[in-house]
Design a protein around this ligand. Structure first.
Ligand code: PFF
Ligand code: NA
Length: 465
């Protein structure tokens, strides 16, 4: 007899709700804050092209693999991996993917909250009208003043972590989908408003050509691994967030015409999520780079980019007070739905180990908060304490995003392509188009692992040669 797994953590109501939740996870600070600033630091066009390629040929197939593994396992990533490994009669060591993911989630959550707290503060500042008529120099000074104030930042970091963990403690199902359904389209509209404004500024042409002129001589070894890491980060891959959400995805859907149930296709679902995520990232880039050139600001100014440029736009455009306030509130919401998905895999695992959900959320939240204090202080008290790649914050960001996520993704691809029973993968993916299935299989077996390894090796070689 086949045993049905019982959904301990609940199920999404439909495929559509899964898409909303996974889009909520994907779209966040990675698109609006991180993508523009690392693009600026890594020379623009060629970096963007490489990033887009990574999304298409590495990100999408691995995302499908994660959803497939999660749905097959039906549990937290650690236990889903255990279960799928047992079903395929291979060693339980593959659960290590889940443990690595849990560690990545924890590290990312810590600095993610630190940055989200800047957006939280900026939402408040926007409402107060602080950005009205602001100049470039004032905007930079405003950002630096905020960073120099650890007490203020700690307060907002605490608030953001509490917001995140309250939702995770109550179970991520209820409410999240409704929120995402309203907030994401609004975010799109506001990005369009910003792009419209950017188009009226004198630096528009220069901004666009910085983003889309492919000058490969600018591509350094480090830029290459950063692009790979960003592809994973922005799609929430390589650490089990999408696997955890995949576990709550229904296996079948009622066909509207025939009334019979048919399997839910994973591939088309994943393509929609990746497309939406990419649109938001490119929109943010198109909105911000023209402002840099129009105002004589540095393209490689780092993590402050969105916080320095956008107030300039809101300070000058008609209706800027309303748009600016709304925009920063939406950024906070986008970051919120992402950080929830960072907490969920670890909390779900603790719940399976017998902890009550609120207790599990408290433990994870406290731990990530404490680690996050290191990131908060990296911009003031510990600014000059640098080691390895930079400050404590720089190291957290680099280690988790650029090293651990691609490593996790690589292991997931190898597991899905080589280790797991082929028939199981095919059945779970339930693709109607067999040719497309073969493409997916070739990508996760050969192309994605080879690409990740080759880009890694090449960038290390290019850095040290
Ligand atoms: N994808 C999110 C973003 O782009 O902001 C960040 C993220 C969320 C990364 C969840 C990883 C994750 F598991
Ligand atoms: Na993203």
């Amino acid at each position: 007899m086949k045993q049905e797994i019982k959904p301990v953590h609940g199920m999404w109501a439909s495929r559509w709700v899964f898409i909303l939740a996974a889009t909520g996870s994907a779209v966040g600070l990675g698109n609006i804050w991180r993508f523009p600033y690392i693009t600026g630091e890594n020379g623009g066009g060629a970096f963007v092209l490489l990033y887009l390629l990574c999304i298409a040929v590495v990100g999408i197939p691995i995302m499908a693999a994660e959803v497939m593994l999660g749905r097959k396992g039906g549990l937290s990533p650690i236990n889903s991996m255990r279960k799928v490994a047992a079903d395929s009669k291979v060693t339980q060591r593959w659960a290590g993917i889940g443990y690595l993911g849990a560690l990545s989630a924890f590290l990312i959550l810590s600095f993610y909250s630190a940055v989200a707290s800047w957006a939280l503060y900026y939402a408040w500042e926007a409402v107060r009208g602080v950005f009205e008529g602001i100049t470039a120099t004032q905007s930079e000074a405003h950002f630096n003043d905020m960073l120099a104030n650890p007490g203020l930042l700690l307060g907002y970091h605490t608030l953001f972590m509490v917001l995140t963990m309250v939702v995770v403690a109550r179970g991520v199902k209820g409410g999240l989908e409704k929120a995402v359904q309203i907030l994401m389209p609004l975010l799109f509209v506001l990005l369009l408003v910003l792009v419209g404004y950017a188009a009226t500024t004198p630096g528009f042409k220069e901004g666009i050509s910085f983003l889309f002129a492919f000058d490969f001589s600018k591509l350094t070894g480090k830029a290459i691994i950063v692009a790979v890491g960003q592809a994973f980060f922005t799609l929430s891959l390589g650490m089990g967030a999408i696997m955890a959400y995949g576990a709550y995805m229904p296996k079948t859907v009622k066909d509207k015409k025939t009334g019979r149930s048919r399997p839910v296709s994973i591939m088309s679902t994943v393509a929609i999520i990746a497309l939406l995520d990419t649109l938001v990232a490119l929109g943010a880039g198109v909105a911000m780079f023209p402002l840099l050139f129009s105002n004589g600001l540095e393209v490689s100014q780092g993590p402050g980019m969105m916080f320095v440029t956008l107030p300039l736009a809101f300070g000058q455009m008609p209706g800027g007070l309303l748009f600016g306030s709304l925009f920063f509130v939406l950024v906070v919401c986008a970051a919120w739905s992402s950080s929830i998905s960072l907490g969920e895999p670890v909390v779900a695992w603790l719940v399976e180990r017998g902890l009550k959900r609120p207790m599990a959320a408290l433990v994870v939240g406290l731990g990530a908060w404490l680690l996050g204090v290191g990131s908060v202080l990296s911009f003031n008290v510990w600014k000059d304490h640098t080691f390895l790649v930079g400050t404590f914050f720089d190291n957290m960001e680099f280690l988790s995003t650029t090293v651990m996520l691609p490593l996790g993704g690589l292991l997931i691809a190898i597991f899905a392509g080589w280790v797991m029973k082929e028939t199981q993968a095919r059945k779970e993916l339930a693709m109607q188009n067999f040719k497309l299935y073969l493409v997916w299989r070739a990508l996760v077996r050969i192309f994605s692992p080879v690409a990740v390894i080759a880009l890694f090796v090449y960038s290390i070689w290019a850095t040290f040669a």
